[in-house]
Write a protein that binds this ligand. Sequence first.
Ligand code: PMP
Length: 389
Amino acid sequence: RSMSSVTIPPPACMLRPLEVPLRYLFGPGPSNVPPRILAAGSRPIIGHLHPEMYEIMNDIKKGIQYAFQTENNMTIAMSGSGHAAMECAVFNTVEPGESVLIAINGIWGERVAEIAERMGANVHRMVKTPGRYFTNTEIEQAIKKHKPVLLFLAHGESSAGLCHPVDGIGDICRKHDCLFLVDTVASLGAAPIFMDKQNIDILYSGSQKALNAPPGTAPISFNDRACHKMFNRKTKPVSYLFDMTHLSNYWGCDGKPARVYHHTGPVSGFFALRESLAILAERGLEESWEKHKEVAAYLYRGLEDLGLKLFDLRLPSVTTIAIPEGYDWREMLTYIMKHHCIEMTGGLGPSIGMVMRIGLMGYNCEKTNADMALHALADALKNCKKSKA
Ligand code: PMP
């Protein structure tokens, strides 16, 4: 037996064709991708440093500026999912030992707190049960106490189904020389957010929710205050891949005449993201917000008719319902997938065992889909009853 002979045979699974089922993705993401975006993602690959690719990246930048309602030059898409944007935001604007304040009312604050701890920040947590919100007074008091360089808040808390008010918080942060970082992964395109007007210093989102692009790219934008902090640091960010000095050059935001190789961006993912932003631009933000509000209100009425309980300050893209008494939520979700090919999900992090979640986002946001979700839930309520509550 020569040294060069293969000892591990080709795996049997690889000799079978790829199988991907058709599913209605009515959970908190990813959502179904419309044919136009799928087609954009299947266009032939070009080089990540070709001039045509730069044009497409410039278009993406413009599309994000519109979606975020910002004129920030430092606006890019991450090569990675929403978590890449979370890490990019924290890694670049915070240095080890600096104090950060994280609002936690679901899983997303917990995640950002962990990310900040891992890079050596001094993390202060403000905690509420999922679905509760922070008043501006509470936020200002905590900022005065901990003197953070950064405050994190999730606008669309998808694990709790809550849309957090942001008005006035950016001003409080300015007053106390703190950067305001906001997560709009689950709310962009579904609920109004105005990066510039609301004085948000760093805003990020994801591709796979109301934008309806495939998972794997994530818009992010930094204003001048955030740029000033991140480009005047003493230490280098812990991540090479997410270092904004390199990414700003890759995205043509640093004013240098040439872009140099940093990493190979997800070319197909960027094609698809461009198309999803184009659809949003054609449709208009106001219409998209209005549609999410209307379909969500329709879904709420149907859920209440089924006797299900909802939470307050609702996020129009992801609706959380309290798990009805006498039911096992896992069994209901499995039943709905098996009999209706519909994905709905349970809670996440602190909301596990508390809620079930229904997402109708972007392309999926239609009354006919709300009807399908309601029909499936009614069927599960009829057939999954465990005990008489
Ligand atoms: N933030 C929020 C509010 C989210 O809903 C999600 C995705 N569920 C993320 C961040 C993380 O995004 P990703 O899964 O794309 O990394």
